[in-house]
Design a protein around this ligand. Structure first.
Ligand code: 4AD
Length: 463
């Protein structure tokens, strides 16, 4: 009764469906292949029709040649399945000689499909159609690089002895203490009413306290590092910032690592530099074709040079004395603006640049005081060209009394965090790398919304 299913059954007895990547790169000429994908372009000659099919497994499309009557309703954007034999076209390219072409889903542009054949659209236009964006050449390349990047990160951490941990999404702590949290409330009002006790605000009745979507997995990662020593996590984090900048999302992915038994910030800097260099080198190999296409053979010479290390005071000095940035004095002892970050990196030869030893008041409560200056903390930011900060981290305060002073005294939710210092405490440190910002840096992506499949930012969560 169902045409589509019948087509698949008809093909299946001959051979199983394979990816375009496998057929193009592993099949020998003369072998039968059954592929499925979307048509990228069509050329009709007198008796034959030529069309290119891509299924997302590779950047390449495979050319199919079919007899005209076998492929009557073929048009760009439609999904099809093709059974054929791999052969060599007169231009020496591999080509599938079709024996059977089946239309799976038609695509009629005049009925509202937003992309015309062979036309290139600016990212802002493509972003209006997030549900169709994975079919565009550039975005499918980005998604393959993103996937390979995560594979290489996982492989690398495994090789250097880190254990992967899942940290919770729902949490009662605001790790960064910035108040940029989304509150999680059950949607079922009836349930809230049933569970609520008289006099308690309804939002708190499900978990008996206010709970949030996590802004960082760090605090939980620290607890696990106190048993497994070297741990990492990669998960979504949520920030209720009112920022519509090209570098901010309300939901993004953070790669966080935590190490126990470390006393020097240089140990964390080494982990970050080795991670970024090794993973980048490897993904340049595994995603060579996609990266060349996306970046037009960009220069990666930073991979062969050491990262720059500056103290906060040195960076301020560069901004005020060397670069004569306006208002630098007024901004000293504060966070850097985006302009400051990019100016420091440019001054440092466009090399990734660590800024360490930050003023205590601009960093979160958990940062460890510098041994030689209690006004400074052993915090780090890593700044890169085009993006600015991509990593934040540092040593954690491991002295119980000092940490207790930094935590707001009325906040009971941090008792467990303090206890880590009380029972078998060890010095720890770690960092968080913004995964989308890393992709922006790697691939010269101007807007962070083009580095994640379904971006969320203020006023935008329809899809
Ligand atoms: O500097 P942040 O806030 O550090 C932390 O959350 C630490 N608890 C991490 C740790 O030590 N385990 O954020 C880390 C990184 C930033 O450097 C940036 O790359 C990215 O997360 N980031 C964002 N990316 C996209 N959109 C946002 N709104 C971001 N906020 C931070």
């Amino acid at each position: 009764k169902n045409g589509t299913v019948l087509h698949q059954v008809k093909h299946a007895y001959a051979t199983m469906p394979e990816t375009v990547n496998k057929v193009l790169n592993q099949h020998s000429v003369g072998k039968k292949a059954f592929i499925q994908g979307w048509i990228k372009s069509v050329r009709k000659l007198k008796n034959h029709i030529f069309f290119n099919i891509n299924d997302g497994s590779t950047r390449e499309a495979i050319q199919v040649v079919a007899e005209m009557e076998a492929a009557q309703n073929i048009r760009t954007g439609a999904s099809v399945s093709v059974l054929g034999t791999l052969s060599i076209a007169p231009n020496n390219q591999k080509e599938l000689k079709a024996e059977n072409v089946q239309l799976i889903g038609d695509c009629v542009i005049t009925e509202g499909y937003p992309f015309a054949p062979r036309k290139v659209y600016p990212p802002e236009y493509v972003r209006q159609y997030l549900h169709f964006r994975p079919r565009t050449n550039r975005f499918s390349s980005l998604l393959r690089v993103r996937s390979n990047l995560l594979t290489e990160v996982t492989k690398y951490f495994n090789e250097v002895g880190f254990i992967h941990i899942n940290t919770p999404i729902i949490t009662s702590n605001d790790c960064e203490g910035g108040g940029e949290v989304f509150t999680a409330v059950p949607a079922n009002k009836e349930l809230i009413k049933q569970m609520g006790k008289p006099g308690e605000p309804t939002e708190k009745t499900y978990f008996n306290s206010e709970v949030y979507l996590t802004v960082s997995g760090q605090l939980h990662l620290e607890a696990v590092a106190h048993g497994l020593s070297k741990v990492y996590t990669m998960g979504p984090v949520f920030r209720a910032e009112n920022s519509r900048s090209r570098l901010h999302l309300s939901e993004f992915y953070m790669l966080e690592a935590e190490l126990a038994f470390i006393n020097k910030i240089s140990e964390i800097l080494n982990v970050i530099e080795n991670l970024l260099k090794t993973v980048t080198r490897r993904v340049l190999e595994t995603s060579q074709d996609d990266i060349n296409y996306l970046t037009n053979n960009k220069d990666f010479s930073w991979l062969d040079k050491p990262f720059v290390i500056l103290t906060y005071d040195e960076a301020i000095n560069i901004l005020s004395s060397k670069l004569k940035m306006p208002d630098t004095d007024a901004r000293s002892e504060t966070e850097f603006s985006k302009e400051d970050e990019l100016a420091v990196v440019s001054y440092c030869g466009n090399l990734p640049t660590f800024v360490i030893n930050w003023p205590k008041q601009v960093k979160a409560f958990y940062m460890r005081e510098c041994e030689d200056n209690p006004k400074k903390v052993s915090a780090l930011d890593l700044l890169v060209p085009g993006v600015g900060e991509i990593v934040g981290g540092g040593l954690r305060e491991n002295t119980y009394e000092k940490l207790q002073k930094n935590i707001p005294s009325d906040d009971k939710n941090f008792e467990w965090y303090l206890e880590l210092r009380k029972f078998g405490g060890v010095p720890t440190g770690g960092f968080g790398l913004g995964f989308e910002r890393y992709l922006q840096f790697l691939l010269d992506i101007e807007n962070i919304k083009d580095a994640i499949p379904f971006p969320r930012w203020p006023h935008n969560c329809q899809l």
